[in-house]
Design a protein around this ligand. Sequence first.
Ligand code: NAG
Ligand code: NAG
Ligand code: NAG
Ligand code: NAG
Ligand code: NAG
Ligand code: NAG
Ligand code: NAG
Ligand code: NAG
Ligand code: NAG
Ligand code: NAG
Ligand code: NAG
Ligand code: NAG
Ligand code: CU
Length: 578
Amino acid sequence: MATFHSLLIIALFSIACSMLSYNVSAATSTGITRHYKFDIKMQNVTRLCHTKSIVTVNGQFPGPRIVAREGDRLVIKVVNHVKNNITLHWHGIRQIRSGWADGPAYITQCPIQTGQTYVYNFTIVGQRGTLWWHAHISWLRSTLYGPIIILPKRGVPYPFPQPYKEVPLIFGEWWNADTEAVINQATKTGGGPNVSDAYTINGLPGLLYNCSAKDTSKLSVKPGKTYLLRLINAALNDDLFFSIANHTLTTVDVDAVYVKPFESNTIIITPGQTTNVLLKTKPTYPGATFLMMARPYATGSGTFDNSTVAGMLEYQHPKPSTSIKKLPLFKPTLPALNDTSFVANFTNKLRSLANVKYPVNVPKNVDRHFFFTVGLGTNPCPKNHTCQGPTNTTMFAASINNVSFVMPTKALLQSHFQRQSNGVFTANLPTSPLIPFNYTGTPPNNTNVIDGTKVVSIPFNTSVELVMQGTSILGAESHPLHLHGFNFFVVGQGFGNFDSKKDPAKYNLVDPVERNTVGVPAGGWVAIRFLADNPGVWFMHCHLEVHTSWGLKMAWVVEDGMLPNQKLPPPPADYPKC
Ligand SMILES: *[C@@H]1O[C@H](CO)[C@@H](O)[C@H](O)[C@H]1NC(C)=O
Ligand SMILES: *[C@@H]1O[C@H](CO)[C@@H](O)[C@H](O)[C@H]1NC(C)=O
Ligand SMILES: *[C@@H]1O[C@H](CO)[C@@H](O)[C@H](O)[C@H]1NC(C)=O
Ligand SMILES: *[C@@H]1O[C@H](CO)[C@@H](O)[C@H](O)[C@H]1NC(C)=O
Ligand SMILES: *[C@@H]1O[C@H](CO)[C@@H](O)[C@H](O)[C@H]1NC(C)=O
Ligand SMILES: *[C@@H]1O[C@H](CO)[C@@H](O)[C@H](O)[C@H]1NC(C)=O
Ligand SMILES: *[C@@H]1O[C@H](CO)[C@@H](O)[C@H](O)[C@H]1NC(C)=O
Ligand SMILES: *[C@@H]1O[C@H](CO)[C@@H](O)[C@H](O)[C@H]1NC(C)=O
Ligand SMILES: *[C@@H]1O[C@H](CO)[C@@H](O)[C@H](O)[C@H]1NC(C)=O
Ligand SMILES: *[C@@H]1O[C@H](CO)[C@@H](O)[C@H](O)[C@H]1NC(C)=O
Ligand SMILES: *[C@@H]1O[C@H](CO)[C@@H](O)[C@H](O)[C@H]1NC(C)=O
Ligand SMILES: *[C@@H]1O[C@H](CO)[C@@H](O)[C@H](O)[C@H]1NC(C)=O
Ligand SMILES: [Cu+2]
């Protein structure tokens, strides 16, 4: 698909219109039920002159779009026709009391095995904007991903001028090699995984790569109109800068929450984040074509794919019959690959609307404070092996408070629900570092982590403050931390070591941005708050897939409340078994 099909709101088709009566065992839907069938199957796809058999939904790459309205129920029947185990995650969906449908493998469910079917069934409550779905097992999300477009309830306008058209732009990362082989090799050797061969926009690498000119995403626009671009970063391992030559972008929504609009030439978007921007086209036909480009932001010491994806913004010619002569092509100027101050500047501008219609429900009082260090570390190389970690006797690892999370072989949510956590997980993740050090200074001599399946357990309705402190062990870099089951408020961020005496005084409790994925600044910290009003087991992890593989992940167990509608209902009948 070399051209964009403008998102047709009229193309929204609802198959069943169900009147849902109030049901205390599930979040109530105020809209309609939309049914989707996702067949997981192999498909041959050619990019950069390499043909590869990839795992897809319905043979599509990127996968199909889900379009719904706030308040609708989604019922997605997933049938696995491939050899791999599969789970799908509906990234950013709150899953209020529907944790069984959240998707991370061995956290909320066992995988859907070959030949099996599982129906993901959940409602969209209080969210509108762009989210996305992706596989949540191993590295299969490299090809299994697609947009979730959530329109406001019928008759409710956007808090910005109605755009002429809406277009999803989903950034991805393409490997010529099989990504399962890439992560398996890295796990074995303890080294960094091979980097990707290209970035993509809507699955296409674009004209700056060899053997790729015909695979360029093209956005055809009319002059004098406003377009809503729904940007999604589905790349595995890279934060991305994005810019369109000679055009300004107005950010209006992040992670399906409206923000105070602001303009910039470039945006930064981490894996897991979504950003809706308004693009105002030039008033008259400019007689030029403009590149839309994305490339990484990276500060770590490891190698990364530093290539650039480009798509084309093309103005429709006023006289289509006349032959079009070759037009000049303009390229945007993107920040330097390591421009941390640009990132801080941009993220500091993100503010909630904080008005009567869209209030900020940031917890003002905190029940429990947590301080997590996030960053890299090492595991010892197995005896009599040579490893490719930071030294030949170590393997790369990553941790939270020095605990590198070990994947269980049973689903945590099921074990929790059945009160059979024994031998599956322990609720003893340290709530602050056991050995404090200068997190952003010279790292300690011993960089080894502790391996374990450790979680934090909290009562229903606990108001949580979590400070995430980046470490400089093996290089300071930004970690996009994603929390399942909740949105959180970003109340503060800064560089260096968090100062619990001085920094809280500077918190923004007036209009903090509300989101589900936040970049912990490279060599810095971020403070978030959320109300744990959703019973279940909720994964929190770095959305750089390599760091998740290395153990930068944990889970919050949120206990049931006293009232019937504060309890997690039982799992559905077709819930997969391990
Ligand atoms: C992919 O290509 C291979 C080799 O050409 C072929 O054997 C296979 O049937 C193709 N698979 C699909 C799903 O088309
Ligand atoms: C989805 O969940 C709702 C609420 O629990 C239930 O009424 C409905 O039957 C479910 N649909 C399917 C297809 O499982
Ligand atoms: C990773 O890259 C190395 C060096 O180019 C290559 O030898 C190896 O086969 C690659 N691994 C995978 C899984 O593609
Ligand atoms: C685009 O911007 C460049 C410099 O940034 C400028 O030279 C050029 O005239 C602009 N072109 C159009 C069509 O706006
Ligand atoms: C990208 O990385 C390659 C290989 O490490 C290097 O040669 C090249 O200079 C880098 N390009 C940029 C723009 O940094
Ligand atoms: C960014 O990279 C450039 C060139 O590689 C280097 O000169 C500069 O010191 C780096 N800046 C930071 C803040 O690390
Ligand atoms: C922050 O961004 C604004 C507007 O985009 C710009 O004017 C300002 O120079 C930037 N500041 C820094 C420190 O980059
Ligand atoms: C490791 O290597 C040493 C010497 O090369 C040998 O004596 C020892 O038995 C080996 N240990 C294992 C567990 O293979
Ligand atoms: C591992 O590294 C050490 C120090 O750099 C070196 O002396 C040793 O020969 C290496 N071992 C192997 C098996 O490469
Ligand atoms: C931590 O180390 C950095 C870099 O060496 C230094 O600038 C800073 O003062 C140290 N901070 C503390 C709290 O010791
Ligand atoms: C760490 O290593 C350095 C240099 O090897 C040494 O001077 C220092 O004493 C060590 N520190 C600790 C706490 O072991
Ligand atoms: C698929 O998942 C099941 C259940 O966890 C596991 O026993 C099996 O080994 C997995 N298969 C593959 C190919 O990973
Ligand atoms: Cu990370």
